[in-house]
Design a protein. Sequence first.
Length: 297
Amino acid sequence: MSRGAAVAPKRVGIVGHPRYVTLQAALARVESLGARRGLELFFEEELQPFVTSGRLLDRRALPTLDLLLTLGGDGTLLRGARLVAPFGVPVLGVNFGHLGFLTSVAPEEMDDALGLVFAGEARLDERIILDVRAEAADGTHRASYLALNDAVLHRGGVARMLQLSVHAHDEEVGTYSADGLILATPTGSTAYSLSAGGPIVAPAVDCIIATPICPHTLAVRPLVLPADEKITVEVIAPDESLILTVDGQVGTPLAPGDRLVVRRAQRPLGLVRLPGQSFFSTLRRKLRWGDLQERGR
C-alpha cells in the first residue's frame, strides 16, 4: 500500500480502555497538549469521567476527525479503527497493553510522537480492510462489519468439524473440513491466522488470507488470494451454533443456510508510523522473529 505524510490534525478523537491505571495521567497530558495546540478534542463516553474538557465523540463527530488517538492495547486500536474506517480517519495507537503489535508508541513516548505528527514527520501506512457481510440463503442481508484483522467462521458449542464450501469470484475453491475458517488481511496475518498456521504477510501486499482452523486433511492449507476477490463461504453441513467473529471483538450467530461474503472495503485504513518504525523491526521486537542472535537483543 502507499505511504503518505500524515496531515497535522486539528480535530482529534480519543478512545481508550479505562482499566489501565496510567490512563488518567495520559488523558491529562492529551488535554494539556490540546490546549497548547488549539485542538478540538473529542473523548468517547467511557472517558468522560476522567477529563475536564473536550467534547463527546459521537457518530456525528467521527466523519469530521483528522486523527483518532487510541490509548490501550491492540484491542483498543481495533475497536477504534472500526469506528473511523468508513471515514478515512488515520489512527495513532499508544500501547498500554502487553504485546502492542499494531500500536505505534509506548505511553512515555506519546508526547514526542504527537510532536512528530504535528511537525509532519510521521507517515501513514495504508492497510486494507475487509467488508464482511452475513447473508441468508436468499441473499437477505443479516449483518455487516469492517475488519482490520480478520473475520472468523467457527462453532460456538462442542468441538466438531464444519464442512465449508469456499468460492472466489463465484468459482469454487474447494470444500474445507475443519473447525472453522479465518479470512485475514495482511495486518491480521500476525494475529489468529498466524496461530492457526497461516503465513506472515507484509502489509504492503494486497491480498486476503484464507486459513483453515485445524483442517481434517493435509490437502487443505492456508491460501493467499488477490485482494480484489469476493470470497463466499457457505456451510454445507447444517449447524445451529455457528458464529461469525470479527477482529475477535464483535460478531453474530449464523443460521443453517447462511453464508459469509468477504471482499476488500472501498477505503483503506491509515496507521500512523513514526520515523524509524517498520513492519519488520516490529516483527523482530514484538514476535521475536529472526535468528537466535536477534532474539537475544
